[in-house]
Design a binder for this molecule. Structure first.
Ligand code: HEC
Ligand code: HEC
Ligand code: HEC
Ligand code: HEC
Length: 193
């Protein structure tokens, strides 16, 4: 009986602290030795003394690197420098700011391997541009962004890293995807090919 109670309490404890589904995802840094607070949110957010002007309540050093955007002869969108949440992603994934540079401290551990996107975005899907009805008309091969499926993937009408990835692993899909890409379902949400 006592053992059962202990197990039940441990399970309540674990589920109570497993906010969303960040726990055990690639973005769960609570078990890293450098995270002395063993917290799941603090590397990216803080409830107080967040970086001025950087939302949502941002606690991680932001990249100041310049980027080479994607370009092509058939691209209709006007792609500018990474902004919004994409800039926050690149504040770890461009490799110029250490993962453990947060809360005002300067860290030393950088993303590597496949997780390193770098500053050259010319070989990556374009981000940080407005995806509106005009763009869809000009392109001819895009779903109208008024479509609920597309709209759900845009932030302020813009395509960002978060259009394809859920930073908090809310979906639980491989590669933190917003939509399972089996049969290219993610791509086909926006591209009518
Ligand atoms: C690896 C970095 C990272 C971690 C860790 C992280 N977040 Fe976030 N969070 C972001 C980014 C980037 C955004 C803004 C873009 C977005 O919502 O996709 C965001 C947005 C938010 C928002 C506002 C938008 C929304 O989704 O509701 C809340 C609230 C939030 N995070 C809470 C949390 C909490 C609570 C934790 C810990 C359990 C956490 N986050 C862990 C990066 C992170
Ligand atoms: C605080 C640093 C940090 C921020 C901010 C951050 N990431 Fe990550 N991300 C990492 C690290 C470190 C890994 C690799 C973890 C590992 O391999 O254990 C990772 C892994 C990933 C992966 C691979 C997931 C997997 O299952 O292998 C994706 C996709 C990803 N991040 C996307 C994003 C996106 C999109 C954003 C912004 C919305 C973002 N990240 C913000 C540090 C960060
Ligand atoms: C159009 C959708 C899309 C956008 C936009 C996008 N990604 Fe991805 N990303 C994917 C898919 C799909 C994968 C799965 C692996 C693959 O196909 O390369 C992936 C994989 C990753 C990985 C895991 C390592 C790897 O290459 O396999 C990281 C890290 C990552 N993305 C980060 C980002 C960041 C940071 C941004 C914004 C600068 C971003 N992604 C924008 C679709 C996207
Ligand atoms: C949230 C919507 C969205 C998703 C999801 C998405 N894309 Fe895109 N993609 C766009 C938009 C909008 C453009 C810009 C088209 C333009 O301006 O010509 C674009 C551009 C591209 C381009 C470059 C086109 C050119 O003319 O150079 C390719 C290739 C592409 N996407 C492939 C993919 C693939 C593959 C996937 C799935 C992994 C994917 N996209 C997922 C919206 C999306």
């Amino acid at each position: 009986m006592k053992t059962m109670l202990k197990i039940a309490l441990v399970m309540i404890f674990i589920s109570g602290f497993a906010f969303g589904q960040i726990a055990n995802s690639a973005h769960d840094f609570s078990g890293d030795t450098w995270n002395s607070e063993s917290e799941q949110c603090n590397v990216c957010h803080t409830p107080h003394n967040a970086l001025a002007g950087v939302s949502p309540l941002w606690n991680h050093t932001v990249t100041v690197a310049s980027f080479t955007p994607y370009s092509s002869s058939s691209l209709d969108a006007t792609v500018a420098a990474p902004d919004g949440a994409s800039k926050l992603c690149l504040s770890c994934h461009d490799g110029t700011v250490a993962i453990d540079s947060y809360g005002g401290a300067t860290g030393s551990i950088n993303v590597s391997g496949n997780d390193l996107i770098g500053n050259d975005l010319s070989n990556d899907h374009p981000i940080s541009f407005t995806y509106d009805a005009t763009l869809a008309t000009n392109d001819g091969g895009l779903v109208d962004p008024a479509n609920a499926g597309v709209a759900a993937l845009l932030t302020g009408g813009k395509m960002e890293c978060s259009s394809c990835h859920d930073v908090h692993n809310g979906t639980g899909l491989t590669n933190l995807l917003t939509i399972d890409n089996a049969g290219s379902a993610l791509c086909l949400t926006c591209h009518s090919k």
